[in-house]
Design a binder for this molecule. Sequence first.
Ligand SMILES: Nc1nc2c(c(=O)[nH]1)N[C@H]1C(S)=C(S)[C@@H](COP(=O)(O)OP(=O)(O)OC[C@H]3O[C@@H](n4cnc5c(=O)[nH]c(N)nc54)[C@H](O)[C@@H]3O)O[C@H]1N2
Ligand SMILES: Nc1nc2c(c(=O)[nH]1)N[C@H]1C(S)=C(S)[C@@H](COP(=O)(O)OP(=O)(O)OC[C@H]3O[C@@H](n4cnc5c(=O)[nH]c(N)nc54)[C@H](O)[C@@H]3O)O[C@H]1N2
Ligand code: SF4
Ligand SMILES: [Mo]
Length: 886
Amino acid sequence: MTATKQVQTTCPYCGVGCGIDAVVDEPNRQIKIQGDKAHPANFGRLCSKGSALGETIELNSRLLEPVVYGQQATWSEALDLVADSFANAVKTYGPEAVAIYGSGQLLTEDYYVANKLMKGFIGSANMDTNSRLCMSSSVAGHKRAFGSDTVPGCYEDYELADMMVLIGSNTAWCHPVSFQRIRAAKDANPALKIVVIDPRRTVTCDIADLHLPLASGSDGFLFNGLLKFLAEHNVLNQAYIDQHTEGFAAAIAAANRFSVEAVAQHCLLDAADVAQFYHWFAGHEKVLSLYSQGINQSSSGTDKVDAIINCHLATGRIGKPGMGPFSLTGQPNAMGGREVGGLAHQLAAHMDFSNAGDIDRVARFWNSPNIAQKPGLPAVELFDAVYDGKIKALWIMGTNPVVSLPNADKIKQALKRCDFVAVSDCIANTDTGVFAHVLLPAQGWSEKDGTVTNSERCISRQRALLDAAGSAMPDWWILTQVARRLGFEEAFHYKKPVEIFREHAALSGFENDEVHGLRDFDISGYAHISDAAYDALQPAQWPVNRLYPKGRARIFDDGKYFTASGKAQFIAVTPQTPINLPDAEFPLVLNTGRLRDQWHTMTRTTIAAKLNQHKPEPFVEVHPDDAARYGLEAQALAQLETRWGAMLARVDIATGQKPGNVFVPMHWTEQFASWGRMGALVNPVFDPISKQPESKHTPVRIKPYRAAWYGFVLSRHELDLKGPEYLVKVKGNQFYRYELAGQSIPESWQDWFAKTVGESLLDTWFCQEYHDAAKGNYRAACLEGDRLQAVFFASAEVNLPERGWLTGLFEKPGLQVNECRALLTGLPPVGEADVGTIVCACFNVGKKTIAAAIKEKSLKTHQEVGQCLKAGTNCGSCIPEIKALL
Ligand SMILES: Nc1nc2c(c(=O)[nH]1)N[C@H]1C(S)=C(S)[C@@H](COP(=O)(O)OP(=O)(O)OC[C@H]3O[C@@H](n4cnc5c(=O)[nH]c(N)nc54)[C@H](O)[C@@H]3O)O[C@H]1N2
Ligand SMILES: Nc1nc2c(c(=O)[nH]1)N[C@H]1C(S)=C(S)[C@@H](COP(=O)(O)OP(=O)(O)OC[C@H]3O[C@@H](n4cnc5c(=O)[nH]c(N)nc54)[C@H](O)[C@@H]3O)O[C@H]1N2
Ligand code: SF4
Ligand SMILES: [Mo]
């Protein structure tokens, strides 16, 4: 028996913020993951990504030691160099010449230290984060309307609502546990109305009563029209408007241009559908508007957020059970980052540079020698300043901007030109790390300790499960060490996260009273929390203070807002179209977003083989009409080009795509695909208020990509494969898959394959081969005894056999004779089934298996499929796909 311990922690992926019960086998460095039944975010549920966390803790891909100019180094060498580079840049060029670019995936304690160092002590506010690309339009929209960046409601509202509007949110894939909760609410109450607003028909539409496939970027028109409709149909809450709000007259005047017909025209929707949505919204008191990146990532995202909030203020549907606007946060600690002031225009604890009193207050609290006096540069402009040579030393922490920022090829150039780049990451090889002069090994999720805040303002503990890998250290420690080297020992005396948390909590309550003015973010109840109480901290929704010692489920339930007048502000919205519109040269709209089983730039999710099987390759979803127009065939390759960059992707012809729009996943990087880094294509335009980039809308053109040959290699061991123009690497269970397409045909396929898998190995294996030179076909399969080692298929045609059956063979200890004979056909022998593409990642159940069972056993519901195959019975994320097969 090995010693095990049970630890409660939080999932490091999305903003749902699920609680996890981990059983840790320390000596063997293994973890068993279960949902925490007591956690209010998930009550025991987890999605495919959370469930697979135990498979992501291996050490092969980790950054284990500091690296300085390409050489392994000691911590003191690395830290000295970071501190010296920052100090020298400040001395020569001033504090504006240095910057930190952080992440909503840092813990609150890490984030607090980074922000304090930059703004309070280095004296520049050039500390921005990837939250700029994520939530900044919501932040700005909240600030304008409420005077504070407050999410009013809570998850309990899902069960209490009569209607839910999901706007620009693929909840089924991006907030899967919330989606399950919404689905359960709908099952329990079929009268619950669900409307999905998204140009694409996503799997989220599986539970929708109505899907509005609006024109990309047109949400502002839709919600302005709704405000007018509500006014015309006497659903306004005049008492609420009078008592608790200001600015209604201007807002309604701006909205009055938008009749149902005008909206339908602007949004390319059926007028009847628009009217249906408006009638339902008017008729349901308890309505929740859940929104995410389809709203935020827009050059008028702030206005869109406020157009939604306007409708809730006008009806008084906010701050009460089952109703309100609800920004679904993306990253696990998107909220925590905002709480500490992670964005360049924020100061700390929901205080801003826009208020001179705040600057002085934070300076006194921190005892800062030279606190920054004005906002720093937001992400896109910050990297422009790096490119222009104005920022000389840059520290990137917990984010991968060479992939995720728009116009990402320029980001590469910027980093190449920069005098000094430090990158803190837990993973060794990333597209951004390539440009680092210093790589700092950060502890990963299973090793670090601290707090995170989820979408509903709930603060939870993340607890260490394992000892640190190699020499990895927590981000707060790395920052503290650099701060001390810069001469700020006293202010950065921290020895453990709880000390930082107490200080952060104390700042949130500092002069936060009637005399000095009230701020929404107040967790002063934790200012004196003991070490033991911090260790045992249970989830609670802020504020946690004298008035709300146990937290507060809903804010604005009292109708009091954090504006000067105490009243909410209507915003007069003039809807805008996106900045760059399609034209003759770039006639389509490029939309980008997420897949069910991958997390952003794939650094961690790809470690779990099972998460790579659902969507193994970068692809582009195209409507059948556009496919016909541009000569694209299903499963062939396409080249996408914008004014900023290009990529290659597999064609997926999808009726759910809006004609004129194409969609690509945001996830692939140069670590996994030669030409799949979509950030290179995205236009770097942004919202003038929030500075959030328009990542959902870039004019693009598309054409077939014709290669001289197409192929794939499956190999039991990892290969160092280079050469083919199109190259995608997929880690599987006991195999690696390489998808290939090349412009020049190797002189000898035998030689190419031998070099690729290793000539010495090939000598010891038994190989079968098939060659049809006339047709350009070559196939080979190698076994060691009866154990499959490698397979290679190449052809002049793109249509090769599906990879499902062949990849499944790598899991078998040995192959049957009939299987060996069938290898070069790529198809299972008679009597053996091909599982097809994996649909259920939890139980590894393929599409063909499900389809066959449905047919043979006449299964009618996803529950019956679950009983028969287990598919869809763990996390439930694949239920929409199972239903589609039914
Ligand atoms: N599996 C998975 N889950 C994640 C993440 C992940 O990487 N993987 N990341 C997390 C993070 S940080 C975030 S921010 C969230 C994001 O969560 P979501 O915002 O739900 O995810 P996206 O896929 O980026 O975009 C949502 C939808 O917006 C739609 N859209 C595009 N343009 C428009 C428009 O003009 N109007 C409207 N109404 N819709 C539009 C897209 O078609 C897309 O379906 O997900 C979080 N959860
Ligand atoms: N076109 C387009 N672009 C987008 C989006 C889109 O929808 N479309 N979405 C945007 C949004 S909403 C987001 S949130 C961003 C996300 O984009 P990124 O932040 O660039 O993506 P991640 O892969 O999450 O990067 C996190 C990095 O931190 C590392 N890491 C993990 N844990 C730790 C830790 O504890 N400490 C440290 N130091 N490092 C750690 C990971 O290995 C990884 O390299 O992308 C944005 N970019
Ligand atoms: S929904 Fe999934 S990814 Fe999000 S917090 Fe829960 S388990 Fe993690
Ligand atoms: Mo995000």
